[in-house]
Write a protein that binds this ligand. Sequence first.
Ligand code: PLP
Length: 451
Amino acid sequence: MRYLSTRGEADPVSFTGAVAIGLAPDGGLYVPESLPDIRGRLRDWEALSYAELCGAFLRLFATDLEPGVLEDCVARAYARFDHPATAPLVTLRPGLHVLELFHGPTLAFKDFALQLLGNLYEAQIRRTGAPITVLGATSGDTGAAAIHGLLGKAGVRIFILFPRGGVSPLQERQMTCTGDEAVHAIAVRGTFDDAQAALKEVFADGAFRARHHLSAVNSINLVRVLAQCVYYIYAWLRLPPGERERVTFAVPTGNFGNVLAGWWACKMGLPARGFRIATNRNDILYRLFTTGDYAIGPVRPSCAPSMDIQVASNFERFLYYHEGGDCARVRRIMRQFRETGAYRFPNFDRDAFTASRADDDQIRARIADVYREFGYIVDPHTACAFQDLPADGVTVVLGTAHPAKFPEVIERAIGVHPVAPALDALKARQPRVFTLDPDPAAIKAFIDQHA
Ligand SMILES: *Cc1c(COP(=O)(O)O)cnc(C)c1O
């Protein structure tokens, strides 16, 4: 299997190439040359454990990784999760389920991809002998999950940018209290989008990239999306057979990575009905999928901070399919969006997606409803996906973070203080944090100095 850039001006690469490079040299994102048909395999996959399913699925994509290496990386990644089902499907009532994706080391769904990515990087370093420098921007959970996926791996240096004051105190502690000298958590004076924009420019400097063996770990890495396809399939296989083909996945959405993974699984033949894109008050994707207008607005901090995003970097992968694989059109639309902050689709085909949006009051109200009705506590991101849920039909809500990561919001909503022992242990540790402007030159100088 080869991987193509959405912008069509970079050479096709292998799986390991795409994983190592992250962002394609032409600024595009890698997509599989073709999507395999998994429909006929679902029956065989029904009895597999999470890690076995992940190995079987990724085997279809990781065609240049020698047998055994992938399986070993996968097995070790999911052994660190603290629930025997890895991704348990909790039924609130018939037809309404929560897929709990927060049983990994940092208690958010990003561990699914980043525990695996850390192991794949380690295998790559062993293969090539070259150390790598991982650079990423985070709105909260990516940074923590990336750091914990890469912690202690020989030959890996980590630089993670996050908006200063824009992540929750516990998220910040997960990034800054690792006690590892190779980890550089950098508070940026700006928003997540500012950090992401600066980082894109750092990656565009080919010489700098090569000098540091720079690798992207944000949600544009191909493996992030592919690893996330697996839990949609796993959840589907755990639904009562009568619910499977009627299911809508309701997905708290920021960078469009998570929901794109589910959509890919469907394009590969997973027979689900569709997807509900759930945003917080930063609603660019809600507006796009309800009106066809893709127009950036200011980022406004919310109580679901990992979704405080306006430029959804993975949207370009959806766009590639939306434009029928016409890379010239993708380039033109992305250029116009970059230059003017807006693009109006004349005939936007929203495909299998519907959308909802929740402001902070609604988030707290949904946390309270779910607690009152089911005695179940959802974190503020997951709560967005309960907004305006259709009463009929079958819904799987993706539970993207553990409620104990956001204790202040939960307490205000329902008067209960959620706990997770792994987070309490962090409070005793000393943070190590740096501060920079979202300026490509400053970031490069910092990396030159610390790598
Ligand atoms: C990252 C994150 C999201 C958004 O996921 P995307 O893949 O960026 O759409 C939602 N909820 C939580 C808890 C997150 O950490």
